[in-house]
Ligand binder design. Sequence first.
Ligand SMILES: NC(=O)c1ccc[n+]([C@@H]2O[C@H](COP(=O)([O-])OP(=O)(O)OC[C@H]3O[C@@H](n4cnc5c(N)ncnc54)[C@H](O)[C@@H]3O)[C@@H](O)[C@H]2O)c1
Ligand SMILES: [Zn+2]
Ligand SMILES: [Zn+2]
Length: 361
Amino acid sequence: MAQQVRGVVARAKGEPVRIETIVVPDPGPGEAVVKVQACGVCHTDLHYREGGINDEFPFLLGHEAAGIVESVGEGVTEVAPGDYVILNWRAVCGQCRACKRGRPQYCFATHNAEQKMTLTDGTELAPALGIGAFAEKTLVAAGQCTKVDPAASPAAAGLLGCGVMAGLGAAINTGGVGRGDSVAVIGCGGVGNAAVVGARLAGAAKIIAVDIDDRKLATARGLGATDTVNSREHDPIEAIRELTGGFGADVVIEAVGRPETYEQAFYARDLAGTVVLVGVPTPEMRIDLPLLDVFGRGGALKSSWYGDCLPSRDFPMLIDLYRQGRLDLDAFVTETIALDEVEKAFERMHHGDVLRSVVVF
Ligand SMILES: NC(=O)c1ccc[n+]([C@@H]2O[C@H](COP(=O)([O-])OP(=O)(O)OC[C@H]3O[C@@H](n4cnc5c(N)ncnc54)[C@H](O)[C@@H]3O)[C@@H](O)[C@H]2O)c1
Ligand SMILES: [Zn+2]
Ligand SMILES: [Zn+2]
């Protein structure tokens, strides 16, 4: 029977989010209902609320979550009730042109639940990134559940479901950071600081963290940044070049999602270097770069969707590294909060007070 639970809903553009009663159907074929144990507050949730993603209000927010599978629908074999899972927004289809060419990390037809969760009056909800986990229970496609070692705490593990994976993967997968590389990360929130950690895991020799907030830079240093630049006080392009023998970094990761920081990344990169855009821009943003510089500086301008991750490959591996003490996921959990504190958490995020606020149930 369909269940009624509490969830955090954004009703209209810019309006504060509210707790609403939502209706979660029983899982149909290929679906699972997950009892959410923890869900981080990501900047993308705020983008949804601000109307920056699309206009399909009302949204059921939350998408960085871990929990326990409660029930599964017909034909589900990959997970079973009781499994401890991280929710992902890349349940690969195996059939699209990307999957068929052996590049499932780009899957263009990822699975979400077919049925809709609704408000009690029947209004269909659009779950953030097909997840909607600021809710006591949520309905997803079974492929969105990735089993991991239950010894990892839900607050830490859930973060791999979006921001931390996006940052780690921007460095390791998209940026292809390797031993000895110089890396700069512009914007050191949850995503950018995860890129710092990814660069360190991959063996970067120099990791330059750039932000406008000294608190974020202090965290970056603790997580492995070798140098920090406050870009309110210093020109980040000059500073990054100075720190890299006058040349620029091999890989520059933009984790803000703004034209001016993208331009900084573009010019702070060495010749033939790589720019990785992981920050999500809004529809009105534009960049204007001399085409000659695009050509003349060479290298690669890449975008990173979800850190080019493959959840089934990357989540269990990263949880193993966490368990071995080689990946400090706990450092990203600034505070744990209750479900009705998401709006306040948006404010704290906006003021830069947190890396991640995590709702625990
Ligand atoms: N590509 C993906 O798959 C993916 C996944 C998750 C999140 N994101 C995006 O990544 C971005 C960062 O997310 P987050 O959760 O870390 O957000 P956040 O708000 O925690 O962090 C943003 C950081 O950027 C800094 N910043 C702001 N303006 C700056 C400037 N001009 N120069 C330097 N630093 C500046 C802030 O001080 C803050 O530390 C967002 O755009 C988010 O939507 C992308
Ligand atoms: Zn596919
Ligand atoms: Zn996210």
